[in-house]
Design a protein around this ligand. Structure first.
Ligand SMILES: [Zn+2]
Ligand SMILES: [Zn+2]
Ligand SMILES: [Zn+2]
Ligand SMILES: [Zn+2]
Length: 401
């Protein structure tokens, strides 16, 4: 049996989910169908008779889809950047319009002024050439990784490209490597690029498809345990973002126990997996388990990473949340949440600064936890009063009677 190496996992006509091996393929262009009926319909009425040749010529259905989606994403990015790029030129090819594709310019990084305008094609070409050099001259993993970032990091400001520009680059990357054998490193990393890119434009449904395809592919090619755990963790994030929390929870649990087994409790990946798992537990209101998990992991993080490391701070934040989100929290729990957040906030301010997003999140939660604590204190003082009055009245009654 031939194994499909597709991220296209649905019938081209009725969109039935085919997974990676079900259904039928067009013998010429590899377009996939749930069965002969959809295939016949596609040929006769769906225009496949006219398209089949161009799809085959493009390199098959997967490549054709990658090219098409790239063209669409590019148009969106150029359109979104049109105002910003007016009158500018590409820092790579020095032209306003690309000589070959006639595409317009984009900019979606931290570059300001007249810096950083480019064609997506030029950015992609640059990254492709850098990687080709590493591959041809066997320059090794470090060189590969250092250069691979050009698929998502601007070479001028060294900040990530974001939003629609990153999305276009993600498709450009996938289109560049989709035709390679599936165990090829660049192709594997291109799937990661594409998944992340889709996520930044909040296309979580397509991101999920890409990540699922990547995970099954990694399993098929017998990838290392840690790369499978990374892929599984990314997939869990997609499920969580789509609100499919129970599926996410099962995966986060597997990822956590996987890292625990693979790297031990002191491994940084294990500690991060614990945070993700606990966050998901909280979102499903499993507060007790979340608290227990953080109580176990916090001292390890403090010992291994240090009190002021960002992972440790995040862990304490999650722990405090598990305490005060719980509707069954006691006043002591709420006070503990406030104390934890107060300490964490001070450390975050000192180490990360007030503008850091993690510091901001801690501050938000601190305010909420304080409000919850104050409300509970009022309530308990009030009910304390009521009891005192009742007692006093009970004591008075016999005498008055
Ligand atoms: Zn079908
Ligand atoms: Zn065909
Ligand atoms: Zn250019
Ligand atoms: Zn830049």
């Amino acid at each position: 049996m031939t194994i499909d190496k597709m991220i296209l996992t649905q019938c081209a006509v009725c969109a039935t989910e085919l997974g990676l091996s079900l259904g039928k393929k067009c013998g010429r262009c590899s377009t996939r169908y749930c069965g002969p009926e959809c295939q016949v319909q596609h040929w006769k009425e769906g225009g496949h008779d006219k398209l089949c040749k161009s799809i085959k010529k493009a390199g098959g259905a997967e490549q054709y889809n990658a090219n098409k989606r790239y063209t669409e994403a590019l148009a969106v990015a150029v359109e979104a950047c049109a105002d910003d790029t007016k009158g500018q030129t590409c820092y790579i090819c020095t032209q306003a319009l690309h000589w070959k594709t006639k595409e317009g310019l984009v900019r979606g990084c931290a570059c300001r002024g007249t810096a950083g305008f480019a064609h997506v094609s030029c950015l992609a070409e640059q990254a492709k050439i850098l990687i080709a050099e590493v591959e041809e001259n066997n320059l090794g993993d470090d060189a590969f990784n250092a250069r691979w970032v050009r698929w998502h990091v601007c070479s001028i400001c060294e900040q990530h490209h974001h939003s629609v520009v990153l999305c276009a680059l993600g498709w450009a990357c996938w289109k560049t490597y989709a035709g390679r054998p599936e165990e090829n490193f660049s192709r594997i990393d291109a799937m990661t690029e594409l998944g992340n890119a889709l996520e930044t434009v909040r296309n979580h449904t397509d991101a999920l498809t890409v990540k699922m395809a990547q995970l099954s592919m990694l399993r098929r090619v017998g990838a290392s345990e840690d790369s499978i755990l990374i892929a599984l963790g990314n997939l869990a994030n997609s499920y969580q973002k789509l609100g499919r929390r129970t599926e996410a929870l099962n995966m986060y649990r597997d990822v956590y126990s996987g890292w625990l087994e693979f790297g031990g409790e002191e491994d940084r990946s294990t500690l991060i997996a614990a945070i993700n798992y606990a966050n998901c537990l909280i979102s499903l209101e499993h507060f007790k388990e979340a608290k227990a998990l953080m109580r176990k992991a916090m001292p390890v993080a403090q010992r291994v990473l240090g009190e002021s490391q960002v992972t440790t701070l995040k862990m304490r934040l999650v722990y405090a949340k598990a305490l005060y989100y719980d509707p069954g929290a006691t006043l002591d729990n709420l006070r503990e949440a406030v104390t934890t957040l107060e300490e964490t906030e001070q450390t975050a301010r000192r180490v990360l600064g007030g503008a850091h997003p993690v510091t901001g999140r801690i501050e938000d939660d601190l305010q909420k936890a304080r409000a919850a604590r104050d409300a509970r204190e009022d309530l308990e003082t009030f009910s304390g009063d009521v009891n005192a009055i009742r007692e006093a009245m009970a004591a008075m009654t016999p005498g008055d009677a």
